[in-house]
Design a binder for this molecule. Structure first.
Ligand SMILES: *[C@@H]1O[C@H](CO)[C@@H](O)[C@H](O)[C@H]1NC(C)=O
Ligand SMILES: *[C@@H]1O[C@H](CO)[C@@H](O)[C@H](O)[C@H]1NC(C)=O
Ligand SMILES: *[C@@H]1O[C@H](CO)[C@@H](O)[C@H](O)[C@H]1NC(C)=O
Ligand SMILES: *[C@@H]1O[C@H](CO)[C@@H](O)[C@H](O)[C@H]1NC(C)=O
Ligand SMILES: *[C@@H]1O[C@H](CO)[C@@H](O)[C@H](O)[C@H]1NC(C)=O
Ligand SMILES: *[C@@H]1O[C@H](CO)[C@@H](O)[C@H](O)[C@H]1NC(C)=O
Ligand SMILES: *[C@@H]1O[C@H](CO)[C@@H](O)[C@H](O)[C@H]1NC(C)=O
Ligand SMILES: *[C@@H]1O[C@H](CO)[C@@H](O)[C@H](O)[C@H]1NC(C)=O
Ligand SMILES: *[C@@H]1O[C@H](CO)[C@@H](O)[C@H](O)[C@H]1NC(C)=O
Ligand SMILES: *[C@@H]1O[C@H](CO)[C@@H](O)[C@H](O)[C@H]1NC(C)=O
Length: 528
């Protein structure tokens, strides 16, 4: 009876223990950006991505003020509360500080560790990281500053120094770089190495003109950072200007934490099965030859029991999930027969259909990038593929376009067939329009002049689709860029409105942001 009750309760007990032991063991983190992409970074303020480098401040006319932050999306574990261990870390990055107007300069950049992923501070000497409020709040922002302005208010010693800051632009320790042969404002690519060893509480900073790490650090100090470490923190860069145009660029960044111990499995083996109160066994006795057979039996039960039961549990879950997936797949098969919505394309598929984005396949060129004719090698179906240039602005437009057009359906719209976001590229796939754009038909091909009936058809078609966009669809869409080059002609010379890059949803979604793949998928599917 007792064993019966116990065995029926056991799965529940397994579930409970797995629910209760929520603290995952700490893991060392490591990443290496040879080039930056939108997928891994949050850009705040004036920061931007250009040519796969991160720019933190804008180059605008003097006097200008700017502040920007780039934060790695990955939360990084710096403290393991379970083992009471703090991480050590090591990072290397290259940066350049240039100034188009040498008579004004300032203020510098920082590498930081912050409790949140939304850290953006004030311009000027606050270096885009701090502001007068965070100095009061008890948040621990740890940073290394590379300061190019002598700010007497912040106790700066020179206009070319490195400093270690906690929660304030007034450095705990700073070091003038001129004696070390480093000129931050030179515009050269400078490489920085920052190491912190928790065992010795030692922070060291090296700076060099090349990627060879110099022998001696420019600054080192004994400081126990662990008291400022939270369990998870975010790492990134910030910079600011005030009344100057200094441009701060980061090119390449690697970061790693280490020092967390590998999980101690023996402390995880849970419970003493022969004890009905389920008390925790502190350690597994090493199976010595002197152990009685009774002990061995209960020990092997303690090990085999959970293993067998969890195997059964996993099997059960696996079978249920497979069943559920089958059911879902059959439903989705039906759904895709009924509604053909935009789908996700593979990059390989599009690359082969455009012969590796060959020049000969270019059929258009716009603000967003190139348009290619794609012929599916198997089926022979023809598509038009829009390929974004790697500039931030055009990617924003791209996503605006996708999220708007994915939900629209009208016979005078260029139909979106799908998208692809692999290899850091954004590609939109459309129906192919064999007769090109209206402006070409009107002005470039006098030999095939549009007949009056066709012109009338174009005018009424566009009027019809505009009525749909403004009044007919669920969320009003303002195209904002109706012109002949954005009106396509299909095989029967019916007009098709395209290029929704500047369009806006009206009125709620005007300040919509976001760019993740899952967001795209969510939007595109929510209307399919
Ligand atoms: C950036 O994110 C992409 C997609 O999530 C991933 O494949 C890539 O490894 C990440 N790169 C780094 C350096 O973390
Ligand atoms: C982009 O970077 C590459 C090398 O990383 C360089 O050759 C190229 O000139 C850069 N392009 C621009 C527009 O800066
Ligand atoms: C930033 O952190 C918040 C929670 O602290 C989270 O909801 C959000 O997704 C994070 N953003 C990124 C880009 O990681
Ligand atoms: C964690 O370790 C530090 C020393 O590394 C010690 O001062 C502190 O008391 C410990 N905290 C706990 C909760 O054990
Ligand atoms: C500030 O944080 C430290 C540790 O991070 C803590 O010891 C201290 O009590 C906090 N002070 C206030 C006012 O919250
Ligand atoms: C500024 O630096 C001087 C010496 O360099 C030091 O005596 C003073 O306490 C510092 N002020 C602040 C606010 O840290
Ligand atoms: C680094 O470059 C600067 C400016 O070109 C130069 O003055 C300095 O001597 C170089 N430093 C070293 C250590 O090579
Ligand atoms: C973390 O790195 C250290 C090396 O400092 C290594 O000994 C340890 O096993 C690693 N821990 C994990 C969980 O990978
Ligand atoms: C594993 O944990 C047990 C008890 O929790 C402890 O006695 C043992 O020393 C630990 N082993 C290691 C390698 O940390
Ligand atoms: C399990 O607990 C009982 C009583 O608490 C004890 O007598 C027995 O030795 C324990 N078994 C093992 C394998 O530690």
């Amino acid at each position: 009876m007792g064993s019966h009750v116990r065995s029926s309760l056991f799965p529940l007990f397994l579930l409970l223990t797995s629910l209760l032991s929520t603290q995952a063991p700490a893991k060392n983190t490591s990443f290496d950006f040879t080039s930056f992409s939108f997928l891994n970074l949050t850009l705040l303020g004036d920061s931007y991505l250009r040519n796969r480098s991160v720019g933190l401040t804008r180059e605008t006319i003097v006097p200008s003020s700017s502040s920007g932050t780039a934060i790695c999306n990955l939360p990084i574990q710096f403290y393991d509360p379970r083992e009471n261990i703090s991480a050590s870390f090591s990072t290397k990055f290259s940066f350049s500080i240039t100034n188009p107007n040498p008579e004004s300069y300032g203020d510098g950049l920082t590498f930081f560790m912050s409790p949140g992923n939304g850290t953006l501070g004030s311009t000027g000497g606050y270096l885009g990281l701090f502001n007068s409020i965070s100095a009061i709040n008890n948040v621990s922002i740890i940073s290394i500053e590379f300061d190019t302005r002598l700010d007497a208010g912040f106790n700066d010693s020179s206009d070319n120094h490195v400093g270690f800051d906690i929660n304030s632009p007034i450095s705990v320790k700073a070091e003038d770089l001129s004696p070390h042969g480093i000129e931050l404002k030179s515009g050269n690519l400078i490489t920085a190495w920052i190491d912190y060893h928790n065992d010795e509480s030692m922070l060291k900073i090296w700076l060099g003109n090349s990627s060879d790490k110099p022998e001696n650090p420019v600054m080192f100090m004994k400081y126990d950072l662990s008291k400022h470490f939270l369990e998870y923190m975010y790492v990134g860069f910030s910079a600011a200007t005030e009344g100057s145009t200094e441009v701060h660029t980061i090119e390449g960044w690697s970061f790693q934490t280490f020092g967390f111990t590998t999980p101690n499995l023996s402390s995880h083996v849970p419970y003493n099965m022969s004890d009905s109160s389920w008390s925790k066994i502190p350690t597994i006795p090493v199976t010595g030859p002197q152990g009685s057979s009774h002990k061995k039996l209960s020990l092997s039960l303690a090990i085999i029991g959970p293993v067998a039961l969890s195997t059964a549990f996993v099997m059960f879950v696996w079978i249920s999930v497979t069943k559920w997936m089958e059911l879902k797949a059959s439903k989705e098969g039906l759904k895709s027969d009924l509604l053909k919505g935009p789908r996700k394309f593979r990059y390989r598929e599009l690359s082969s259909a455009t012969r590796g984005f060959h020049r000969s396949r270019i059929v258009g060129n716009g603000a967003f990038g190139m348009v290619y004719k794609a012929v599916h090698p198997g089926s022979g179906i023809t598509y038009a593929v829009k390929r974004s240039k790697q500039a931030q602005q055009s990617q924003k437009e791209f996503i605006a376009e996708l999220s708007i057009i994915a939900c629209l359906r009208h016979k005078n719209l260029v139909q979106l067939e799908g998208w692809c976001t692999e290899k850091d590229e954004l590609l939109l796939v459309y129906e192919f329009m064999p007769n090109g754009s209206l402006d070409k038909a009107l002005y470039c091909r006098p030999e095939s002049m549009l007949k009056w009936s066709q012109r009338y058809n174009v005018a009424t078609g566009i009027a019809s689709v505009l009525t749909y966009l403004h009044q007919g669809c669920e969320q009003q869409v303002i195209h904002r860029d109706i012109k002949t080059s954005n009106i396509m002609l299909d095989a029967n010379f019916n007009p098709r409105l395209g290029d929704f890059g500047l369009a806006r949803l009206h009125p709620e979604a005007c300040n919509e942001k976001g760019s993740s793949d899952s967001q795209l998928r969510g939007r595109a599917h929510s209307c399919a």
